[in-house]
Design a protein around this ligand. Structure first.
Ligand code: ADP
Ligand code: MG
Ligand code: MG
Length: 210
């Protein structure tokens, strides 16, 4: 397995800040088809707070756990709605499994990612095919665990591809969790906004690799 350092993770988080701005209108548009039209706005509010806190982040004294604790607290504290607490818990769980390290192995990344996905499922209680972010996060977790021995970059390329495919595959489903649930059959044919933001977050980890 390869190593990932704090500089890498700061780069990944900075990619998320840019991603949230660039996709703000797109993700809110998707959410206006099936929910209350704020998913992009929610992420943008959260990651603007992440950006603000990153200004005072001292790479010498901080570590990967404290970085993701800060990200998680921003999303948990600043973002209303379902996705704030879910993504907030995702990053808090991701960071807390890493025991204040400044460098981790890709194996440790995979373990932390697994714990983060489990936390989202624990909090949101969504199962596969409920048409939520869980439908792309679970296959990502499974793929990562099955490819621990492979080149990490190759694996992340495949994970992002798989998540994009899953996000399209769940379009014909009826939502069983979140606001889209209230639409019943009218959600059929639409994207789940959280699935579309989840693969973009994973892509931020991929693009931070050299
Ligand atoms: P809200 O629906 O409260 O306005 P957002 O629009 O920001 O919050 O986020 C909506 C997304 O949150 C959905 O597209 C879905 O992927 C995700 N979501 C909602 N409820 C759950 C849940 N119980 N478990 C997992 N994901 C969920
Ligand atoms: Mg919404
Ligand atoms: Mg909302």
């Amino acid at each position: 397995s390869q190593e990932l350092d704090l500089v890498y993770f700061v780069k990944a988080v900075k990619n998320m800040i840019v991603m949230a701005e660039e996709n703000r209108d797109y993700l809110s548009q998707l959410d206006s088809d099936v929910g209350d039209g704020d998913h992009g706005i929610n992420l943008s509010i959260g990651f603007r707070d992440v950006e603000k806190k990153l200004e005072n982040f001292d790479i010498e004294t901080e570590n990967i756990s404290s970085l993701f604790k800060s990200v998680g607290m921003s999303l948990l504290g600043k973002v209303g709605g379902a996705s704030g607490p879910l993504y907030g818990s995702f990053f808090l769980a991701f960071g807390s499994t890493l025991n204040n390290k400044k460098v981790i192995t890709t194996d440790e990344f995979i373990t932390a990612f697994g714990a983060a996905v489990d936390k989202v499922q624990f909090r949101g209680k969504a199962e596969l095919n409920d048409k939520t972010m869980i439908d792309v996060l679970i296959p990502a977790k499974e793929y990562l665990f099955a490819h621990k021995e492979s080149d990490f970059k190759d694996t992340l390329v495949e994970v992002v591809k798989l998540m994009k495919e899953r996000s399209i595959e769940i379009k014909p489903l009826v939502a069983k969790k979140g606001r889209a649930m209230r639409l019943g059959d009218r959600a059929i044919g639409h994207f789940d906004p959280g699935a579309e933001s989840s693969w973009r977050i994973l892509e931020c980890f991929l693009l931070a690799l050299n």
